[in-house]
Design a protein around this ligand. Structure first.
Ligand SMILES: C[S@@+](CC[C@H](N)C(=O)[O-])C[C@H]1O[C@@H](n2cnc3c(N)ncnc32)[C@H](O)[C@@H]1O
Length: 479
């Protein structure tokens, strides 16, 4: 077969099989190059560039250079990707030009990644320059390239210098690599917690109680705080006071939470009814307003889960609109609440948290049954004979199963009738609860002691204590 007919063959996509491309890469770089140069059909070039795969070290990538000027963004991107595979600093200048001139941010980012992949000292000055780029993704690619030379004093210094970079993801990479971050200094193992808060219910004000709890003690917090002044069990002078109160509690929760562990907060927008017919009622978007406080104190936002209730179970706000159908006066029935999921800041991945547990615990804690695959959890509300706003047990069961391991300590600072404690107990976890209202503490006592095998040796009996006893326990630590 002469060269001309080979090229013709190449121009027919059906003949561009994987094997054919492999052979051309190895034997006849010239032919491939000629094909690329002669080809006017963008689809065919993309087809080839996407299938080119691994490139041998003797491959001459010069044929890809003209493609860096192609009008098609995808072709330029694929050309850069393929040049990157060659890991050769002979393409440094061409790639730098792409970084400076290309209109497409994806192509520019890929160019920096390709420069990094060269692992060449010649690329260091270029990569250091790139650290000042405005695009954080480009900066992160440059960092990846530079980390290969992290023992080089100049590189090390320049990287540490950007520890306070504007972008939070850049900051976290530098912290992780140079270990100047939020590493936990707890004396307790990740699986352990102080015994004096194990299966304990404290009748007291949560912030007073938490003053006695050591850092890094809790594996999971799930709570539903008072809903501003929507119910009668709590009165705050202003919405700002209320948010600041919550923030002061959640800051303490942050402190007592173990590295990389979760905080699940259940709230929803609430309505405070109007004072008279001539006034309007007011809606307060609690989840959205508390969120910035949580981020500010270090919680990392992980997920938003919607708790969906049947329409018949919520207050009907529709009656007026149903009659008059006048726009602007539309009021939907609120059938959702939010579960906002946060994680205590760490430079470790979730895998690190999981690795802290012995195999046996990991195995026992696996969620082997059907589980909720979406962030919409359809669960009926529960009503309690004493408390006006309680978690359904199913809601607690899911949170406990998905966000903790057997043997962990779970915490509810606003325990109500103690539903979280009950779920913890049933799922072989331990609990720590605080509740300010004595009537509710008595209700917790009733809930947590009924149907319990009090002679079971594996189970630490719940203790119900007041503030004074708890303070003594905290001082003694080993009680
Ligand atoms: C929405 S309810 C929680 C209900 C709970 N999730 C359950 O399943 O029963 C909020 C609870 O927080 C309690 N509370 C309010 N302020 C408190 C404080 N400063 N310290 C401790 N508990 C408080 C209230 O008495 C109320 O029982």
């Amino acid at each position: 077969m002469n060269n001309e007919s080979n090229i013709l063959l190449l121009e027919d996509m059906t003949t561009l099989t994987k094997e054919r491309i492999e052979k051309l890469k190895k034997d006849n770089n010239g032919e491939l190059s000629e094909f690329i140069q002669r080809q006017r059909d963008s689809k065919k070039i993309v087809f080839l560039l996407e299938r080119i795969g691994y490139l041998p070290s003797n491959f001459n990538g010069k044929c890809l250079i003209p493609l860096l000027q192609n009008h098609n963004d995808n072709i330029r991107l694929l050309a850069v990707k393929n040049i990157g595979k060659l890991c050769s600093d002979s393409y440094l200048e061409a790639l730098l030009k792409v970084l400076k001139q290309d209109r497409d941010s994806m192509v520019r980012r890929e160019a920096v990644s390709a420069i990094g992949r060269m692992r060449s000292r010649k690329a260091i000055p270029t990569l250091l320059d790139i650290l000042t780029n405005r695009d954080p993704k480009i900066v992160m690619q440059a960092i990846r390239g530079l980390l290969v030379f992290k023992t080089d004093p100049t590189v090390r210094k320049k990287l540490i210098d950007i520890a306070e970079h504007k972008n939070e993801m850049v900051q976290s990479i530098i912290r992780k690599e140079f270990n100047n971050g939020h590493a936990s200094v707890s004396t307790l193992k990740h699986t352990e917690y102080p015994d004096f808060i194990n299966n304990v219910v404290v009748h007291g004000e949560v912030r007073e109680v938490l003053k006695h709890v050591p850092d890094d003690s809790i594996h999971l917090t799930f709570t539903s705080p008072p809903y501003y002044n929507a119910r009668d069990y709590s009165i705050y002078q202003s919405y700002k006071d209320y948010l600041e109160f919550l923030a002061s509690v959640f800051k303490e929760v942050y402190r007592v939470t173990k590295e990389g562990r979760f905080f699940v907060l259940n709230t929803s927008p609430i309505i405070i009814p109007r004072a008279g017919r001539q006034y309007s009622s007011k809606r307060y978007p609690i989840p959205f307003d508390i969120h910035p406080y949580l981020i500010e104190m270090g919680w990392e936002f992980i997920d938003d889960i919607i708790w969906l209730k049947p329409e018949a179970s919520v207050k009907n706000r529709n009656a007026g609109f149903l009659q008059h159908r006048k726009p602007l006066a539309y009021k939907p029935n609120s059938i959702t609440e939010m579960l906002m999921v946060y994680r205590k800041k760490t430079d470790n991945l979730i895998d690190w948290n999981i690795r802290q547990y012995p195999y046996k615990i990991i195995n026992k804690s696996k969620v082997n049954e059907n589980y909720e695959t979406t962030n919409v959890w359809k669960i009926d509300p529960t009503f309690d004979k004493i408390h006006t706003a309680v978690f359904p047990i199913e809601l607690c069961n899911r949170v406990v199963k998905y966000y903790s391991y057997e043997g962990d300590l779970v915490f509810d600072p606003f325990a109500g009738r103690g539903t979280l404690g009950k779920a913890a107990m049933n799922l072989n976890r331990h609990f720590f609860l605080t509740e300010i209202n004595e009537t509710y503490v008595n209700r917790i006592k009733e809930e947590l002691t009924k149907n319990r095998d009090i002679f079971s040796t594996n189970f630490k009996q719940p203790r119900f204590v007041n503030m004074a006893t708890f303070t003594t326990m905290a001082k003694a630590k080993n009680i």
